[in-house]
Ligand binder design. Structure first.
Ligand code: TXA
Ligand code: MG
Length: 324
């Protein structure tokens, strides 16, 4: 069983030995391994039960190290890196051959980010290699926002989980690429679009690719709880019932027991809601209920990314079957 602790030195030892370790970031917890060691990278795919066509994000601690991993940093990417790193933003950049093809699933770009968590930044500084780290959940399930979430699901396969407390942002990083000099968002996430656009002007958003997606995290049936989740139309309420659960934005719904409901932010704060989203979905998933109804969030700030996750986690009301 994994040990949970705050000993960065221990995490470093495991990583240097080619092991995988759970690490905190401001978005969600990652399942980290030496990005330059293909055995460690293979182990990540194996532990997550993740298909090898779904590439990983490479984490580092300073912009100055970037040129080791990428061949070019377009001006717009540089601007974003300077404005938002460390932070919940991942840049897709042309990769150096040093980065194994396994990490990028054979793509010519590599996803890179500097996460904003003091413990993980210290860890990264102490290592002489970058960390490949997907979210530390089994493929297709909700991402973990606490060390305990990681232990609950991957604890028997990971020797150590570095505990950095609950994730401060709570939703995965925003992913942006720069092919043909057109900034394109492939995954909505913890860095809101309007903040990005305030720095580089308007960006295009392409998060709905179907076959051979640029970012397989954009596939539907991703981020799903095991119980069927039904995303309500704006302004509508769930069918009341004994075995019905609800994820509400500001206020609980009538006709559903209080213990079967979670309220994301009673003050209507979208950042607070994002921080609670995945933990609450996990809690609802463990209750004695048959279905989870989720209220859509306002389309502003992190509300876009949250609605995106809820949509992908949801099933059409008529064909409600559990996910993998
Ligand atoms: O916030 C985050 O990004 C977290 C923390 C741990 O950093 N990581 C994370 O990783 O969410 P993961 O593996 O769960 O999601 C990474 C997404 C995947 O959907 C993958 O397809 C996409 O990034 N991706 C990675 N490399 C890519 C590339 N070269 N081109 C397009 N998409 C890429
Ligand atoms: Mg993930």
């Amino acid at each position: 069983m994994a040990q949970i602790g705050t000993d960065r030195g221990k995490a470093k030892e495991f990583l240097e030995a080619g092991n995988v370790v759970g690490i905190p970031t401001e978005t969600v917890y990652g399942l980290a391994g030496n990005a330059l060691n293909t055995d460690a990278v293979l182990r990540i795919f194996q532990v997550k039960n993740r298909p090898s066509f779904d590439p990983l994000i490479v984490h580092t601690d300073s912009i100055s190290k970037l040129s080791r991993f990428v061949t070019d940093i377009p001006a717009l990417a540089q601007k974003l890196a300077e404005a938002f790193w460390p932070g919940p933003l991942t840049l897709l950049l042309p990769k150096q051959s040093l980065i194994p093809d396994l990490v990028t699933s054979g793509l010519s770009t590599v996803a890179v980010r500097i996460p904003n968590h003091p413990l993980t930044l210290d860890l990264l500084r102490s290592l002489d290699f970058p960390l490949a780290a997907p979210s530390a959940n089994p493929f297709g399930y909700i991402s973990p926002t606490t060390a305990q979430h990681v232990a609950d699901q991957l604890g028997d396969q990971v020797p150590y989980i570095l505990d950095g407390g609950p994730a401060g942002v709570g939703i995965e990083s925003t992913i942006i690429g720069f092919e043909e000099n057109i900034p394109t968002v492939f995954r909505l996430g913890g860095m809101a679009l309007d903040q990005i656009e305030a720095v580089i002007g308007s960006v295009s958003v392409r998060t709905h690719s179907t076959s051979n997606p640029q970012a397989p995290g954009m596939l539907s049936s991703h981020y799903a709880p095991r119980k069927p989740l039904i995303l309500l139309a704006p302004g509508t309420s769930p069918q009341p019932g004994e075995r019905v659960g609800a994820l509400a934005f500001r206020e609980p719904f009538g006709g559903i027991q209080a213990r079967n409901q979670r309220v994301l932010s009673s003050t209507g704060d979208l950042n607070e809601a994002a921080k609670n989203l995945f933990a609450y979905l996990r809690e609802l998933d463990t209750l004695a209920i048959d279905v989870i109804y989720a209220e859509p969030l306002p389309n502003a700030g992190l509300g876009w990314a949250m609605n995106d996750r809820l949509r992908r986690a949801s099933v059409p009301a008529t064909t409600a079957t559990p996910f993998q």
